[in-house]
Design a protein around this ligand. Structure first.
Ligand SMILES: Nc1nc2c(ncn2[C@@H]2O[C@H](COP(=O)(O)OP(=O)(O)OP(=O)(O)O)[C@@H](O)[C@H]2O)c(=O)[nH]1
Ligand SMILES: [Mg+2]
Length: 370
């Protein structure tokens, strides 16, 4: 693997230079502004320096591509750390505490919880040597690695959803919209996938408008929708659609604080049995404490993964990371807007890392080829 540094008057020109010299396998991980001295102040120039490395091989395109992409991201961050660790400048050994203070402020500005910030600071203090500690980029890369390691993804099931899939979650987080997105993609045969015969079922006993909302999605996409109110009706409905390729179950949002309502819903859903794959939908903009609470209160629904919605509505992700790093549940999908069916993605760590603010490491190009 070769490293490079290129400079040009603008970032775009520097990137273009890199692309021309090294092609698509070049990855940029840092950019820096520089001013050339000139003579007696004349001819001073502003330049942008970009650094990175050229990957040895093309990334393999296999079924496990996303996992490999993720491993690649982690090892990429490790390689950068290693490389920076080897560049030891004597002047960098001073001032370790200010770096930690800056780091805490940086994490706080990204809405990470106090606990998360404390554990990260402790790890930085104990795992990095004084030279690394005095270098902001090295500290940032180490922290990025810690953050990346908190993410888990259920990519295999996201790419091919089990036959029976349902969403539970608090009110208004985007469950119905997400079900509609999944339904449309499956029915239309998204990407290279085959079309699947899809049915939508909604558990709608109580809320005015819920039935109409999902029906109107169903009408638009020409996908049949069933509305059930009791365990018996749900059981009959599931039997009736045994031949369908995909049955999507939408539930009415419940406040995690409303125990009676949660229990009623649980009783109805019990007939779905173990072969139904449940996901918990949570909105990215939710406060960390409320995320923690919902993760715990919806546990009786035996959800296997998380769907993170409304990622477009927030520009901080610290709350989410602080909450999810304590949960063993992987992420299945992320919703990035209201549009059906486009605003739904199979998430990767980069999707979140690129939303971090104030880092001097070039997050945008952390893992994309330039
Ligand atoms: N910005 C944004 N809005 C979203 C997203 N997903 C859903 N919404 C919007 O959020 C609102 C609520 O969406 P629903 O799908 O009805 O939410 P729900 O969880 O089914 O709500 P209940 O059934 O009442 O619990 C709607 O206005 C959606 O258009 C998203 O990813 N981003
Ligand atoms: Mg709904």
């Amino acid at each position: 693997m070769d490293h490079f540094s290129e400079q040009a008057p603008t970032y775009e020109e520097a990137v273009e230079q890199v692309r021309q010299k090294y092609g698509e396998r070049a990855k940029i991980y840092a950019r820096e502004r520089r001013t050339t001295r000139g003579f007696l102040g004349f001819g001073r120039k502003e330049l942008v320096l970009v650094s990175g490395y050229v990957m040895d091989d093309d990334p393999p395109e296999t079924a496990g591509q996303d996992r490999e992409g993720y491993d690649e991201l982690l090892s990429e961050i490790r390689r950068m750390e290693q490389r920076l660790a080897n560049q030891q400048h004597p002047k960098q050994t001073a001032g370790r505490e200010p770096v930690l203070e800056e780091l805490q402020l940086l994490l706080d500005n990204n809405d990470f919880s106090r606990d998360f910030i404390q554990s990260v600071t402790e790890l930085v203090r104990t795992r990095l040597n004084p030279v690394q500690l005095a270098d902001r980029q090295q500290v940032e890369l180490f922290v990025l690695r810690l953050i990346s390691e908190t993410f888990r993804f259920d990519t295999a099931n996201a790419l091919h959803l089990p036959r029976r899939f349902g969403l539970v979650g608090p009110t208004g987080v985007g469950k119905t919209t997400t079900i509609a997105k999944i339904a449309a993609r499956s029915a239309l045969g998204h990407g290279s996938k085959k079309k699947r015969s899809v049915r939508m079922v909604t558990i709608d006993s109580f809320r005015i408008g819920a039935r109409e909302q999902i029906r109107s999605f169903g009408d638009l996409m020409d996908i049949p929708v069933d509305t059930v109110e009791t365990p018996q009706e749900l059981e009959n409905c599931l039997k009736e659609h045994e031949q369908a390729d995909l049955i999507l179950i939408d539930t009415i949002g419940k406040s995690p604080r409303d125990e009676d309502n949660l229990r009623d819903m649980q009783q109805i859903l019990a007939v779905c049995g173990k072969e139904t794959y449940w996901s918990l939908a949570l909105a990215a903009s939710t406060k960390q404490r409320d995320l923690d609470y919902a993760l715990q209160r919806f546990e009786p629904f035996s959800y296997r993964s998380l769907v993170i919605t409304k990622l477009d509505e927030t520009d901080v992700i610290g709350n989410l990371v602080s909450s999810l790093h304590r949960s063993p549940k992987p992420m299945l999908y992320a919703a990035t807007g209201q549009r059906v069916p486009t605003d739904l993605v199979v998430p990767k760590a980069e999707l979140f890392l690129q939303r971090l603010k104030g880092f001097s490491v070039d997050l945008e190009h952390l893992s994309d080829g330039v």
